[in-house]
Ligand binder design. Structure first.
Ligand code: SF4
Length: 309
């Protein structure tokens, strides 16, 4: 693991040239096409598209996607995220039913749901989150539900509890970066508040894995990353994902890539995280919190199936 800014190579158009390990298949084929038309036909949003995830080709070709609920416009202004920002549409109360329908059509065993931040509504969208979990359980009862939730920091007290009360199989809240970089990268968030979200999720049901994720390459130091991993473990987090930050586009709003962390460095982080006691550390340049989520969860099963073994 090394530190400090690297001299990043530029393309003729001035964009940062990606290292070779970012070459990805474009994806395609019948499954990809079916998924595209399903998402479009149901009027749903995916973080795969909205966040311009580099893994979309692989994931969609394999028939997996991460649905993004509460619309596709976020009320926060995180400077690492490609999701559109601004004034969102009113909440769509039929969205949970359509997400459930999509999960059923895709025959998923493990569904990952995330959302934009909705600081404009009193409960931050928690009631829609709860309805979405219920709909997946109703329409696709064999499917595990992993929720990648916002912090509900500007929402009514109890909003997080509304989501936790539906007993999702995995609760994920990404810490995203080290505390020193929060004011620059994630100014609507608060490092300690996010840790508390994770602690509350872990304490609400110790048998359910709490999960978090961090991006590397934003200018963090190794000692700061180690402190974050220690804090996550202390909060009860069991699964952590670590991936390379990629700037959504060349635009002064978005933070530039500070440096590219090599695959070997990620492997070292994974080993270190396991020594720290995480049940699973998924680390690599292309890792996102929903990337191979079922594997990260160790093949999480829906509640009720545990007793069968
Ligand atoms: S890694 Fe997650 S967000 Fe990216 S394409 Fe795969 S499912 Fe979608």
């Amino acid at each position: 693991m090394t530190e400090g800014p690297a001299q990043l190579e530029k393309t003729p158009s001035g964009r940062t040239r990606l290292p070779p390990w970012f070459r990805r298949p474009l994806g395609g084929g019948a499954t990809f096409a079916k998924l595209s038309s399903l998402v479009e036909g149901l009027g749903l949003h995916t973080v795969c598209q909205s966040a311009r995830c580099p893994n979309q080709g692989e994931c969609w070709t394999a028939g997996t996607a991460t649905f993004m609920i509460l619309g596709d416009v976020c009320t926060r202004g995180c400077r690492y995220c490609a999701v559109p920002k601004g004034r969102p549409q009113p909440l769509d109360m039929d969205e949970p039913r359509r997400v459930g329908s999509a999960v059923l059509s895709m025959n998923l065993r493990h569904a990952v749901i995330t959302s934009v931040d909705r600081d404009d509504v009193p409960d931050g969208g928690a009631s829609v989150w709860a309805a979405t979990i219920r709909e997946i359980r109703r329409q696709a009862p064999g499917c595990a539900v992993e929720v990648l939730i916002p912090d509900f920091r500007r929402s009514a007290p109890g909003s997080l509890d509304v989501v936790l009360a539906e007993r999702p199989d995995i609760v994920n809240h990404n810490i995203e970066t080290v505390p020193r970089l929060f004011p620059m990268a994630r100014k609507g968030g608060d490092y300690r508040f996010s840790l508390d979200v994770l602690r509350r999720a872990a304490e609400a049901d110790p048998s359910r894995p709490a999960k978090s994720g961090i991006m590397l390459g934003l200018g963090e130091r190794d000692d700061e990353v180690r402190d974050v991993l220690r804090d996550l473990r202390a909060a009860g987090v069991q699964i952590v994902s670590m991936g390379q930050y990629l700037a959504p586009e060349k635009n002064a709003f978005y933070l530039p890539v500070h440096r590219f962390v090599t695959p070997d460095e990620f492997a070292a982080w994974a080993a270190w995280g396991r020594e720290l006691g995480f049940r699973h550390v998924e680390a690599g340049p292309l890792v996102r919190s929903s990337y191979h989520a079922e594997k990260q969860a160790g093949g999480s099963r829906p509640r009720g199936e545990d007793a069968a073994e």
